[in-house]
Design a protein around this ligand. Structure first.
Ligand SMILES: *Cc1c(COP(=O)(O)O)cnc(C)c1O
Length: 484
C-alpha cells in the first residue's frame, strides 16, 4: 500500500485553485456595495446544506470550493457590509485575512515553545500594554473574544482575592465571594460567574443612572451590606462602552473605590477601551489604565478579523498563578524546541492556541496605530452625524445620549407604547430583510429601540443617510397598519 498524506496530489494544480480563492475573495470584498447588506438563505438551500450526508467519498477540492461559493459565501450576517451596524461586529480587513492565511499555513502551536510565533504574540501584548498604560510586569494574552478575555480576568480576580487557595480547595474554602457589575454589564459576566462556580446569586447588578453608568452610591451600599452579612466582596466589573448605548462607568471613581475597599477592578472594554488610544476620545474611558484586569477585543473596534481579543493583567504573577501547570509532558527545558516552556498556555485555559497574533502584528505594523485611531474617531464622528440626522427628523426620536459610537433611536407616532414598539420592531426587520442596512435593536426602559453600533471602517455618511431614510420611509408605510 502506498503511504498517504493530505497534501495536494498535484501542487501546481492546487496552487492555481488557491490563487483563484484569494482573487475571488478579494474581488468579493472590493465589490461589497454591489450587493444587498444581507440576504436570507433560501429554504431549499438551508435544507440541502443541513441534510447532506457524511461525505465518505471525495468530492474534490475544486468542487467543494464551488459549493462554498454557491451555498455559504452569499449568506453571512452581512458584517462585511458598509451598512452593517448590528450588535458589535467588526468587518475584518483584507490584510488580516491574508495574515490568517499565513498563520494557518505556518500552523504553529502558540502555547509557548522556543519559536518566533510565540514571540510575535509576546510583542503584540507588550505593545498593547504600553498603549493602555499598564505598568511593566503586567502580563496579557490573546484570546478568542471579549467574553473569554473578561472570563480570564475574573478567574484571576477570584483566585487572587479569595483569601484562600481556590485552586486547591475549590470554593468550599471560605465565605461567599461576591462580584459587582451594573444592570448594563454585558451578559458574559453572569455566564462567567456561573462557570467559575461563584454562582449568579453572588453577582450583584447595581442600578444605573439616567446616562446608563453605574450608580456608585448604590455600589457602596451593596458592598457594605454584603460585608455586614459575612460575605467577601472581591471584584467590581466596570464597563468602558456598554453594549446597549456605549456609556462608560466613572472608571476613575470606581478605581478609587476599589482601592479604598481592597477590591479587584476589572474593566470590560470590549470595544470602548479602544477609545483610550485617541487623545480626543480618551477622557470618556480614562481610568481604565488603573484596572487590575482589562479586557478588550481587537476584532471589534480594531477591525481585525475574528477571532482576536486581549486580556491584560496588572500583576503578571497573579495572572500566572491562576493557570500555570507543570505536567511532565510539557515541562520546559534549558535548550531545544521547548526551551522557555509553555508560558502562554500558563496564562489561560487553552493549551493549543492559534497564531492570531500575526494579524494583529502585521496590521499594526502595516498601517500604524494612528491610522486605527483615525478610523475609530471617524466612527464616533459618524455616530454624531447619525444622531444629528435623527434629531433633525421629527418622525424619529433619539432614545439615548451618544457618548461614543452607538446610536439608539425609534420612529415615533401617536400610538400606545406596545403598538409603537411593534411598529419599530417591524421597521427594524424590514430594514434587515430588504437589505437596506443592518442595525440591531435593544430595549431601553419600555422603549424598543433601533440600535446602530458603528465599528465599521467601510461606513460612509451616505450609508447613515440611507439608514435614516429607510427607517422613515418604512415607518410612514407601516404606521397605518399599527393603528388598527
Ligand atoms: C461584544 C461584547 C462582549 C463580548 O465580546 P465577544 O468578543 O463577543 O466575546 C463583552 N462586553 C461588551 C461590552 C461587548 O460589547
Amino acid at each position: 500500500m502506498p503511504e498517504e498524506t493530505l497534501d495536494p496530489q498535484n501542487w501546481r494544480e492546487f496552487a492555481t485553485l488557491a490563487h483563484r480563492m484569494v482573487d475571488e475573495m478579494l474581488h468579493h470584498l472590493e465589490t461589497l456595495r454591489d450587493r444587498p447588506a444581507w440576504q436570507e438563505m433560501p429554504q431549499d438551500l438551508k435544507r440541502r446544506l443541513l441534510d447532506e450526508p457524511v461525505p465518505m467519498e471525495p468530492q474534490g477540492e475544486a468542487e467543494t470550493y464551488e459549493q462554498f461559493k454557491a451555498d455559504v459565501l452569499p449568506y453571512p450576517v452581512g458584517n462585511l457590509d458598509p451598512r452593517f451596524f448590528g450588535w458589535v461586529q467588526g468587518n475584518g480587513i483584507p490584510l488580516g485575512m491574508m495574515a490568517d492565511m499565513l498563520a494557518s499555513g505556518l500552523n504553529p502551536h502558540v502555547s509557548g515553545f522556543n519559536q518566533a510565533p510565540a514571540l510575535v504574540e509576546t510583542k503584540v501584548i507588550e505593545w498593547l500594554r504600553q498603549l493602555f498604560d499598564f505598568p511593566e510586569g503586567a502580563s496579557g494574552l490573546l484570546v478568542s473574544g471579549g467574553s473569554m478575555a473578561s472570563f480570564t480576568g475574573l478567574a484571576v480576580a477570584r483566585n487572587a482575592m479569595a483569601g484562600y487557595d481556590v485552586r486547591k480547595a475549590g470554593l468550599k474554602g471560605g465565605p461567599q465571594l461576591t462580584v459587582y457589575g451594573s444592570t448594563e454589564t454585558h451578559s458574559w459576566a453572569k455566564k462567567a460567574m456561573e462557570v467559575l462556580g461563584l454562582g449568579s446569586r453572588a453577582y450583584k447588578q447595581i442600578p444605573v443612572h439616567k446616562d446608563f453608568t453605574m450608580d456608585l452610591e448604590a455600589l457602596r451600599t451593596a458592598v457594605a451590606a454584603d460585608r455586614k452579612q459575612g460575605m467577601r466582596p472581591i471584584a467590581v466589573l466596570a464597563t468602558a462602552g456598554t453594549v446597549n448605548t456605549g456609556a462608560s462607568d466613572d472608571l476613575e471613581a470606581i478605581a478609587d473605590f476599589c482601592q479604598e475597599e481592597g477590591l479587584w477592578m476589572h474593566v470590560d472594554g470590549a470595544f470602548g477601551a479602544l477609545a483610550y488610544l485617541s487623545p480626543k476620545l480618551k477622557p470618556a474611558v480614562k481610568g481604565l489604565e488603573r484596572a487590575d484586569s482589562l479586557a478588550f477585543d481587537l476584532h471589534k473596534w480594531m477591525y481585525l478579523n475574528f477571532e482576536c481579543a486581549c486580556v491584560l493583567v496588572r500583576d503578571g504573577e497573579h495572572h500566572r498563578a491562576a493557570f500555570d501547570q507543570n505536567a511532565s509532558y510539557i515541562a520546559g527545558m534549558e535548550r531545544g524546541v521547548i526551551a522557555g516552556g509553555l508560558y502562554l498556555a500558563d496564562l489561560g485555559l487553552e493549551l493549543t492556541r492559534s497564531f492570531k497574533a500575526l494579524k494583529a502584528w502585521m496590521s499594526l505594523k502595516a498601517y500604524g496605530v494612528d491610522k486605527f485611531v483615525r478610523v475609530i474617531e471617524q466612527n464616533v464622528d459618524q455616530a454624531q452625524y447619525l444622531a444629528e440626522l435623527v434629531r433633525a427628523e421629527p418622525k424619529l426620536q433619539l432614545t439615548a445620549e451618544v457618548p461614543l459610537n452607538i446610536v439608539c433611536f425609534r420612529y415615533v407616532a401617536d400610538l400606545p407604547g406596545p403598538r409603537l414598539n411593534a411598529l419599530n420592531t417591524e421597521i427594524l426587520l424590514r430594514l434587515q430583510e430588504d437589505g437596506i442596512a443592518i442595525p440591531s435593536s435593544t430595549q431601553l426602559g419600555k422603549k424598543f429601540c433601533i440600535r446602530a453600533c458603528i465599528v465599521n471602517h467601510r461606513t460612509r455618511r451616505e450609508d447613515l443617510d440611507a439608514l435614516v431614510a429607510g427607517a422613515v420611509r418604512l415607518g410612514d408605510e407601516l404606521v397605518e397598519e399599527f393603528r388598527a
